[in-house]
Design a protein around this ligand. Sequence first.
Ligand SMILES: Cc1cc2nc3c(=O)[nH]c(=O)nc-3n(C[C@H](O)[C@H](O)[C@H](O)COP(=O)(O)OP(=O)(O)OC[C@H]3O[C@@H](n4cnc5c(N)ncnc54)[C@H](O)[C@@H]3O)c2cc1C
Length: 454
Amino acid sequence: MTTFADLERLVADRLLRPDATGFAEATFAQFARTGDPPAAVVRVRSTTEVAAAVRAARSAGLPVAVRSGGHSYALHSAGPGALVIDVRALDSVAIDADRLVGRAGGGVTAGAYSRAAGKHGLATGFGDIGTVGVGGVALGGGIGFLSRRDGLTVDNIQSAEIVLADGSVLTVDAREHPDLFWALRGGGGNFGVVTGLTFRLHRTAVVTGGMLAFAPSPARLVAAVDAVLDAPDGLSAMVNLLVAPPLPFLPPELHGRPVMLVLACWSGAPQDAEDALAPLRAIGQPLVEALDTHSYPDLLRGPPTPPQPAYPVMRTGFTGRLDERFGEAALRSLATAGMFAAFNLRPLGGAIGRTPPEATAFAHRDRDVMVTVSALVQDSTAVPTAQDWVDEASRAVGLSGAGYVNFMSGATPEDVAAAYPGVLDRLREVKAAYDPGNVFRFNHNVTPPGGPAG
Ligand SMILES: Cc1cc2nc3c(=O)[nH]c(=O)nc-3n(C[C@H](O)[C@H](O)[C@H](O)COP(=O)(O)OP(=O)(O)OC[C@H]3O[C@@H](n4cnc5c(N)ncnc54)[C@H](O)[C@@H]3O)c2cc1C
């Protein structure tokens, strides 16, 4: 048995309780959080320390939360009352350019991995921004700029090293513990602490991408989404409807006006970029056009992180192709928001849809578009108003049922169940086999059958 005192001896001043110097910095994350602080944070540096931390938490009767990139919209890595295992120092990256395999420690960011791979003209797709942790984005699914070409991030995981609830360490892949390997790829942090992942790499020297801004209209929204769905797989994009914030990459005359921002990435042959992007350009006269040739890691830079974290409220869902009623309802909703609010649409298809549905625990491969409705507020007292707006706007555009776990906040057990259509029972069986006591419950929690609720 490893006690808390043993853990403290092992990691010394890297075990931080709420009164410790550095605790506030250790718990600072992308989003503002309310509620109780964690019982303690341990900044681990090795798989051995992760195992000791899990054992110590169990002997102290504490649940475990995992913090990687700290970008959870659901604020799971805040871990109120839990031992937060902060894996950010597990930040090694190794690129095997001959075998097209990349290995990332469980605390690496998508940006750090992508920069290392990019030096070899290679990439594994994550999302649209480099600051997210590979741990969170990969285990939940991973929908991003290379997804229609290479599949979701989960489709590119080849193996994982994981510390289980009893502190034992497994390496899992398609042959070893295939049940757990399946569940990890979409089931999030439910099964243990992932200390390393290996990914398939794809040749990606340069991409053509960036932003197009348009005056929004229902017809133009449909046209933008269709242009991506009908494009070759090398085109992935996201289409955002929002009231333009006062950000430097948007001209001042757009600030405060509804705008449609298309963030696109062509990762096919560079000489085909013009043709591939032409249908998107043709949907209207762009107000801003900032498409260029980039190294892939450059495209993950994203806007700067605001110094003052906000409170996120999100709902997601999946739809078939849009019709204009969707855009009419979305634009009407935006006009009533009165806060930073957005609709984010991600046309799927391509390699996402071709991967067999039973291959991973990501259960939405037959859908055309993922939709996220979100609001960000600076003050916790505004969260209920933001939630009301997000709920109403989601209803207005017809979102219901299944969501994408990486873009959910404040999810109920019913929301979590709905996020795993057709795979929930199998996930629960794996949970029962590997974490029957639900030690790992700070996640979109899959509870073991008959086990304790999260
Ligand atoms: C600005 C922004 C842009 C985003 N863009 C995209 C996008 O384009 N595509 C997309 O798919 N998602 C995107 N996301 C969502 C993102 O994938 C999730 O928020 C994800 O959970 C973030 O992971 P993290 O490691 O940074 O967060 P954390 O808060 O550190 O972790 C979130 C949860 O993931 C689990 N977890 C993380 N690491 C591990 C690990 N090593 N072992 C076990 N469990 C672990 C834990 O349950 C943890 O609580 C975006 C989020 C933000 C804030």
